[in-house]
Structure formats: structure tokens, C-alpha cells
Design a protein around this ligand. Structure first.
Ligand SMILES: O=C(O)C(=O)[C@@H](O)CO
Ligand SMILES: [Mg+2]
Length: 266
């Protein structure tokens, strides 16, 4: 069964944030995800989720100073206290929103980072992810890590699928999983279906977008019907987050999703 979630940081931006939940539901989405809930009271978001009858499927931990260019704290040496606070805060929202998983963004390496600095980030990342997985396990939630392409996010610490899989393996926590974003994988690693098959057991969430412009999935070089078919054959029962920038009005561009229950006409 293909279950599609609307990424409300990118889709339905024609509406104010709290109105995007109903807009997504009326287009056929059963779940929603977005970057961050923290500018809103958790109870207010819970209310719009319930009104729209959609599930909250994912959001990110507080990422540090986003406006100043920070992109997560999980691998940043010296920021461990802030990272721990971010885990607690995200899990507090997850509890209210009944969200089973949260994404811990890795953060950026300093420009020109030498091998010692990279090793320091790696060790910090491992320690922080162990802490996060331990805290999340207390309420039965998953922590996700996502390789992100370094064209969009230069310096992002976690950029390759193999790196993420090695980290998941070395930590060995059942609730530390891969956020498999096919858009990033296509740019950095390619070979999407083989990655999907090899990594299947580690996948906690999937995201899609057209490549290379990050528009609708039917625009660009990736043939998503073949990927959705393989997911179905593999027995994937998780969510697929639609994390792309619509070329024009969100609803008009949903034609690509009609075979999977979305409706392009309002
Ligand atoms: O950019 C992406 O891709 C995401 O999934 C965001 O949550 C940033 O990690
Ligand atoms: Mg993503």
C-alpha cells in the first residue's frame, strides 16, 4: 500500500501554515510532515491534525540557528548540551502530535575541515545519536538520519548512503533508522532501486521529488512509477513524504499522484 504524506514546508505554501493541513487532506493526503513545528503551540497543531484527520508522520529536531545557516546539531562538537535539549523538545512535540519518528539533522562540517575535525564530528555524531535513540526508545519512537546532497547543502556531514548505513550498523539501536530521500540519493549515489533493496530493512521513512530541480516526481530523470512498484513488491508499509517544490500551484501539480489516491482538482 502506498501511503503519501504532504511535506507542508514545501507543498501548499499558497496557504498559511495551519491551513495547509486541511488543504493536504482535501487533496487526498493521509499524512503530513514538515521541517519544524516549534514556532507553534503543539496543541494548536494537534487541533488542525484532528480537524483534517491526517497523521503527523515526521518532523525534525530543532536544527540550531537555521536563519544563520545552521543545519542540525547532531555532529557538532561542543554543542552536545544543546543537542540533548533539542531531543527532549522534539520528543515533547512528538508526544502531543502522536508522531512516531523524528529526524536528527547531522549539521555542517566547517569549510576545509581536515581529517581530525571530520573524525571529531563522527565521534560526536555517534555519541549524540546513541543518546537520542535511547531517549526516543522510552516512548517507542524512532530517530531518523538522512543523507542530504552537498550541492543543496554544502558541507552537510551526512551525504552518502553508505555512510548512513555504517552509522546505523555501528550504533545498532533498533529505533535508529534511515530517512531515505530518493532525490538526495539520486544526486549523490544513484542506483536507486538497488539502494532501496539493499537498505530496505533500515528504512524508517521515504521521501521523493523530481531530480534535478526538486519539482513534482513526474518531472525529471527519475521514473517514480517503477520505484513505487518496487516498494509495493518489497512490501513497504511506511510513509512516502512528498518533499518537492511545486512548479506552480500545489494542487494543479498533483496529477502525478492520481494513481496513488491524490486528486489534482479542488
Ligand atoms: O531537505 C530534506 O531533504 C529534508 O528532508 C529536510 O527535513 C531537511 O533535512
Ligand atoms: Mg528529505
Amino acid at each position: 500500500m502506498i501511503r503519501l504524506a504532504a511535506n507542508l514546508s514545501m507543498l501548499f505554501n499558497e496557504h498559511a501554515f495551519l491551513d495547509r493541513f486541511a488543504a493536504a487532506a482535501s487533496a487526498g493526503f493521509k499524512g503530513v510532515e514538515y521541517l519544524f513545528p516549534y514556532a507553534f503551540d503543539a496543541e494548536d497543531i494537534k487541533h488542525v491534525l484532528q480537524e483534517a484527520q491526517v497523521e503527523q508522520v515526521l518532523f525534525n529536531l530543532p536544527p540550531g540557528d537555521w536563519e544563520a545557516g545552521e543545519r542540525g546539531l547532531a555532529s557538532l562538537p561542543g554543542r552536545e548540551g544543546e543537542f540533548r535539549d533539542s531531543v527532549i523538545e522534539a520528543l515533547r512535540y512528538a508526544e502531543v502530535l502522536n508522531c512516531p519518528r523524528v529526524h536528527a539533522m547531522a549539521g555542517l562540517l566547517p569549510e576545509g575541515a581536515d581529517a581530525a575535525t571530520q573524525a571529531d564530528h563522527h565521534e560526536t555524531y555517534l555519541r549524540n545519536l546513541r543518546f537520542a535513540a535511547g531517549e526516543a526508545a522510552k516512548t517507542g519512537r524512532d530517530i531518523l538520519i538522512e543523507p542530504i546532497n552537498t550541492r543543496d547543502m554544502p558541507g552537510f556531514f551526512l551525504s552518502r548512503q553508505a555512510q548512513a548505513m555504517a552509522i546505523i550498523e555501528v550504533i545498532g539501536a533498533d529505533n535508529l533508522k534511515l530517512q531515505f530521500d530518493l532525490y538526495h540519493c539520486q544526486i549523490m549515489d544513484g542506483d536507486l532501486i538497488r539502494h532501496l533493496e539493499r537498505q530496505f530493512d533500515a528504512i524508517g521513512h521515504i521521501q521523493v521529488a523530481g531530480v534535478p530541480e526538486r519539482h513534482e516526481p513526474n518531472v525529471g530523470e527519475v521514473h517514480y512509477p517503477a520505484i513505487f512498484e518496487r516498494l509495493r513488491a518489497l512490501g513497504y508499509t511506511g510513509w512516502i513524504g512528498c518533499e518537492y517544490r511545486p512548479r506552480a500551484e500545489t494542487r494543479a501539480g498533483l496529477v502525478w499522484g492520481e494513481p496513488w489516491g491524490l486528486t489534482a482538482q479542488g
